[in-house]
Design a protein around this ligand. Structure first.
Ligand SMILES: Nc1ncnc2c1ncn2[C@@H]1O[C@H](COP(=O)(O)OP(=O)(O)OP(=O)(O)O)[C@@H](O)[C@H]1O
Ligand SMILES: [Mg+2]
Length: 269
């Protein structure tokens, strides 16, 4: 049953990808030819090392403790906003680098996927400093840095983690110089649309670069329904937070996480 469901999902993901590619390549020929349907392909699945992940403060769904409880609180708040406001795509941002965005995105995605019936996609759109795969300790063979400028089908860049149901990852493996130009091509938006179309209940979490250190986050901002702003007590300057709120739009920042790396405690509000 699980395999059939997955094959159906992959198949559904695949169709819009092919349609988007066909549209970009030959708009006039689109209605004249019916492309044959490729059979669904299984997504790559990687194993993780729970002990290593724990050292990196990655919290698997079965974890308990203060940090795990904080993520469950954040999950509840996000689900409330998502279901109440019809929001589907969330960007994890911070003002500057190293404030805990990736860790937050990974832990929140893991926490959301533990919720029964809640599918979640975790997308690494930090093309300058990608680290979702590294944080999870997986080494996928293909990343968004090449997919975004290719015409390959979407399932070629997606992967899963063994034992973690309902979580699909779109990793980036190597830094890209022309990151904002690549994010602006339309493939980024097509990827998010495909995730949304694959399951009407699923959510997408996007790990983004720092808002004040480049234009990448602002480039993809129109594709995002709501932002979660990570701030570090000892590091983030008040004026930087104000600037981020101004740039993204105060009402689009649906929550702030106070990430205190020195005490390894996280608070969300
Ligand atoms: N609450 C925390 N407690 C302890 N260590 C943390 C905490 N949050 C993050 N870290 C550590 O701080 C480092 C930076 O975290 P992370 O990569 O998540 O930040 P980032 O905002 O994504 O950085 P970048 O802007 O470079 O992408 C990592 O080594 C991470 O493990
Ligand atoms: Mg990061």
């Amino acid at each position: 049953m699980e395999r059939i469901q997955r094959a159906l999902e992959i198949s559904r993901l695949q169709r819009p990808a092919q349609a988007a590619v066909a549209m970009a390549a030959a708009p006039a020929a689109r209605s004249a030819r019916v492309e044959p349907q490729a059979p669904p392909t299984e997504l790559a699945c990687y194993t993780i090392n729970p002990g290593e992940l724990r050292k990196r403060r990655v919290l698997l769904p079965q974890e308990s403790g203060v940090a795990a409880r904080a993520y469950r609180m954040l999950r509840a708040q996000l689900l409330q906003r998502a279901r109440g406001g019809g929001l589907r795509v969330f960007g994890i941002v911070s003002a500057v680098s190293g404030e805990g965005k990736t860790l937050t995105a990974v832990n929140l995605a893991l926490s959301l996927s533990a919720e029964p019936n809640q599918r979640v996609a975790l997308v690494d759109f930090d093309l300058r400093h990608p680290s979702v795969a590294q944080t999870l300790g997986i080494a996928p063979s293909s990343g968004l840095e090449t997919w975004l400028t290719s015409d390959r089908p979407v399932e070629s860049v997606l992967c899963e983690i063994e034992g973690i149901e309902r979580l699909c990852i779109a990793p980036t493996l190597a830094p890209l110089d022309a990151s904002s130009e690549t994010l602006a091509t339309g493939r980024a938006g097509a990827l998010l649309e495909e995730f949304k179309a694959a399951d009407p209940e699923s959510l997408v979490l996007i790990d983004l670069p720092p808002v004040l250190l480049g234009d990448d986050a602002l480039t993809v901002a129109p594709l995002i329904d709501g932002f979660i702003l990570v701030v570090t007590e000892s590091k983030t300057r008040r004026e930087d937070v104000e600037r981020v709120l101004e740039l993204l739009g105060r009402d689009r920042v649906i929550g702030t996480i106070l990430n205190n790396s020195t005490e390894s405690e996280q608070r969300a509000y």
